[in-house]
Write a protein that binds this ligand. Structure first.
Ligand code: HDD
Length: 752
């Protein structure tokens, strides 16, 4: 036999051994089965993802014409080369003087391979280092036309976008579900130039003036001596800073709320935070704030879930974004604007629009939807796209201008400056992900990593040698013309306006707008975070701040810390609550929600029925079985009892009471009085108990009901649905999921 035939034979045998199926090269075998067990000797198409690693085999198109293009997932091309295109015969052995001899300095392949590897890393972002992005499309509604002339907001205009979500404090490899503000940055590749909306999932910021940004970040980052804790605000330096720097109070209230532990990027709101100036076609101006409203509704994790997930799946949000796009449940948001008259004092209903620690309640200024964002394509290469994307609040288009908000003004400097270190020079806009889709005709030249081969001899203006090119354009030709705003002729001062000194009214507004349960979460989060501080004085000072926000909040936290609750020294003014700030209440589409289905491998017919029904309801079924691999009937286990954990799923369905699988730990610690019933695999019991404790919908039929009983889950409790068949329970589970969680399982004791 020839060597290739030997390999082929070995391959067939190996495939048969593992899958029990004939290999794809055997006659009659399906052509798609991947021969991935032996290193191929000839070039062939990239492998599809493996079933138990892949995303759900389920597609729920959301109706949007997405324009998503296919992507390359694999190494391409037949022959390995050096960076110079030289084909290589071997990449596993360095060139040596004899088999056991020293390596030769002349080994140019070794030298190039190691040189490049040594320099693969670039500095991570100084903030927002941990994140993930996706491509998509933005479709304008035309509803902003009266106030904004930006072309991408016009009716039906489709603009390619790239959105990156992030945490703020943690390093690039930190966990996703930490308590933190989330970044929400979108690059619109418009025909008039690139527009970046670099926002957060919290509508206010810690500081009013960008000069304090290094202070708040130094306080929030790990302690400089031991570099702990990672990606946490639960430590002394953070609370030292915010308890002294009380303008942070409003932001801290949001950060201690459920907003800071989102269930998914796709269930977060986003905010431009600052007030921007919009200009319409007639040159009229308005002030405006940008809002992103998720189609899936705002939904968060519980703190216990967030902490568990950080252990069992630190990439939870990144995975969710990727998987939801792959499964066709494209994350979507409506972009909305709140519009205010552009008055000389730049206030609205007494709220200073240039103070980024203040919101304007939606009840006072409604949010008008102006376009839809659909994220529909995952990056092909994380580094090339998500890591190298560079946002800048100064990337503006005609119709959208900045205001004098001193936080925004400092950002206008910072975002270009930081790319010099991060991306290694001034030509980062030539990196593919940063390239504008509008024609570029600048006179910027040379510099590190210059990719353009500029023609002409006169990169200056005025010139005659290049025929006077390029020419400037007027506002009538889509040029960005700064609005000729009247600027106060004042003294040079390092001062803030008097209105900036109200640090508590809106913190209280937020507190008062939450439901009792949400308030309870806020109080617990403060107690947890301050409980992690070592310095007594810091805890006491923060309690004084909380006393100014609300006495009940202060009392709750003080009790948890075992400290007396101080009296308010500077109590907040009472203003009407803003119900829009609460995230509980309302119903939402269930598209793309993850349903864990505990299946009995012996009953693949039943499993197929559940999968089909969950699928038909627009949700994503993930099959949980005692073992991985094929389950029969064409089904494949996506999770096993060993790899599944309840926190991953939005709801659990089960039709079986699986006995302990061979890899389950023996129940040596079973206590007297434990629920009786069939011996169910302890990991399935844990799955059910946790899902119940976390107020998730649970549906069971057949043996599943016995499994609930064995796990000690009350079958008659609210949100536990039992019936004769999947169809009998699925409708109710869908209804429960529409409200995100079974909130009634959490009676709150907190006084309103
Ligand atoms: Fe910032 C990154 C959002 C204030 C300086 N910021 C960064 C990112 C987001 C925000 C989402 C990540 C972008 C990405 O995915 O690449 N930042 C905000 C918001 C702010 C804010 C909503 C207040 C309303 N930032 C802010 C201030 C400064 C910076 C006041 C400095 C004066 N931010 C930066 C930065 C970063 C950044 C250092 C780090 C990486 C980068 O820019 O490209 O320049």
């Amino acid at each position: 036999r020839k060597p290739a035939q030997v390999v082929k034979d070995a391959l067939e045998k190996a495939v048969e051994k593992v899958t029990g199926a004939a290999s794809p090269t055997a006659p009659g075998a399906p052509a798609s089965a991947p021969p991935d067990l032996v290193e191929p000797t000839e070039p062939r198409e990239p492998l599809p993802p493996k079933p138990d690693q892949g995303t759900p085999a389920h597609v729920t198109p959301t109706g949007a014409d997405t324009g998503a293009s296919p992507q390359l997932n694999s190494q391409q091309g037949a022959h390995l080369t050096t960076s110079q295109g030289l084909r290589l015969p071997d990449t596993d052995h360095s060139l040596k003087a004899g088999e056991r001899g020293p390596t030769l300095l002349q080994d140019h392949h070794l030298r190039e391979k190691i040189m490049h590897f040594d320099h693969e890393r670039i500095p991570e972002r100084v903030v927002h280092a941990r994140g993930a992005g996706a491509h998509g499309v933005f479709i304008g509604h035309g509803t902003a036309a009266a106030v904004c002339k930006a072309g991408f907001l016009q009716e039906g205009v489709r603009t390619p976008v790239f959105t990156r979500f992030s945490t703020v404090v943690g390093s690039r490899g930190s966990a996703d579900t930490v308590r933190d503000t989330r970044g929400f940055a979108t690059k619109f590749y418009t025909a008039e130039g690139t527009f970046d909306l670099v926002g957060n999932n919290i509508p206010v910021f810690f500081i009013q003036d960008g000069i304090k940004f290094p202070d708040v970040i130094h306080a929030a980052k790990p302690h400089p001596d031991r570099e702990i804790p990672q990606a946490q605000s639960a430590h002394d330096t953070f609370w030292d800073f915010v308890s002294l720097h009380t303008e942070a109070t409003h932001h801290v209230m949001w950060q201690m709320s459920d907003r800071a532990i989102p269930r998914s990027y796709r269930t977060m709101e986003g905010f431009g935070v600052h007030t921007f100036r919009l200009v319409n076609a007639e040159g009229g101006t308005s002030l405006a704030k940008f809002h992103w409203k998720p189609k899936a509704g705002v939904h968060s994790l519980l703190w216990e879930e967030a902490q568990l997930i950080n252990g069992v799946d630190p990439d939870f949000h990144r995975r969710d974004l990727y998987d939801s796009i792959e499964s066709g449940a494209y994350p979507q948001w409506e972009l909305g604007i709140q519009v205010f008259p552009d008055t000389p004092d730049q206030t609205f209903e007494g709220i200073d629009l240039l103070d980024s620690t203040k919101i304007v309640p939606e009840e006072l200024a409604p949010v008008t939807p102006v376009g839809t964002l659909v994220l529909n394509r995952n990056p092909t290469n994380f580094f090339a796209e998500s890591e190298q994307v560079a946002f800048h609040v100064g990337h503006l288009v005609p119709g959208i201008d900045v205001t004098d908000d001193p936080l925004l003004q400092a950002r206008l400097f910072s975002y270009l400056d930081t790319q010099l270190t991060r991306l290694g020079g001034p030509n980062f806009s030539q990196i593919p992900i940063n390239r504008p889709h509008a024609p570029v005709n600048d006179m910027l030249r040379d510099g590190f990593h210059q990719h353009a081969v500029h023609g002409g001899v006169a990169p200056y203006k005025p010139n005659t040698l290049d025929g006077g090119c390029p020419f400037t354009a007027g506002a009538d030709m889509s040029a960005f013309v700064e609005f000729p705003q009247v600027v106060e002729q004042g003294r040079k001062v390092r001062e803030a306006p008097a209105s900036y000194s109200d640090h508590y009214t809106q913190a209280r507004l937020f507190w008062r707008s939450l439901t009792a349960l949400e308030r309870e979460h806020v109080a617990r989060a403060f107690t947890f975070e301050l409980g992690k501080c070592y310095e007594q004085a810091i805890k006491e000072r923060q309690l004084k701040v909380l006393a100014n926000v609300d006495p009940v909040l202060c009392e709750q936290v003080a009790t948890g810390l075992g400290l007396p609750a101080p009296e308010a020294e500077n109590p907040a003014r009472d203003v009407a609550p803003s119900p829009a700030l609460s995230q509980i209440g309302g119903t939402w589409p269930v598209d793309g929600r993850l349903v864990g289905v505990v299946v009995d491998p012996a009953d693949h017919e039943g499993a197929r029925t559940v999968v089909a029904e969950v699928d038909a309801a627009g949700m994503v079924p993930l099959l949980i079985a005692p073992h991985g691999g094929p389950l029969g009937g064409g089904l494949v286990a996506q999770r096993t009892f060993l790899t599944a954990r309840s926190v991953e799923f939005d709801a659990i369905l089960l039709a079986t009471a699986p006995p302990p699988a061979p890899d389950a730990l023996p129940a040596r610690d079973a206590k007297a009085g434990a629920p009786s019933g069939p011996a169910v695999d302890p990991r399935v019991s844990l799955l059910l108990q946790e899902a119940f404790r976390h107020a998730k919908a649970i549906g069971a039929w057949g043996g599943g009901v016995a499994a609930l009983e064995a796990a000690g889950v009350p079958v008659d409790a609210v949100g536990v649905v039992t019936g004769d068949s999947p169809s009998a329970v699925l409708g109710s589970v869908v209804d429960l999921l529409g409200e995100h969680r079974v909130w009634d399982r959490f009676p709150s004791a907190l006084p309103i």
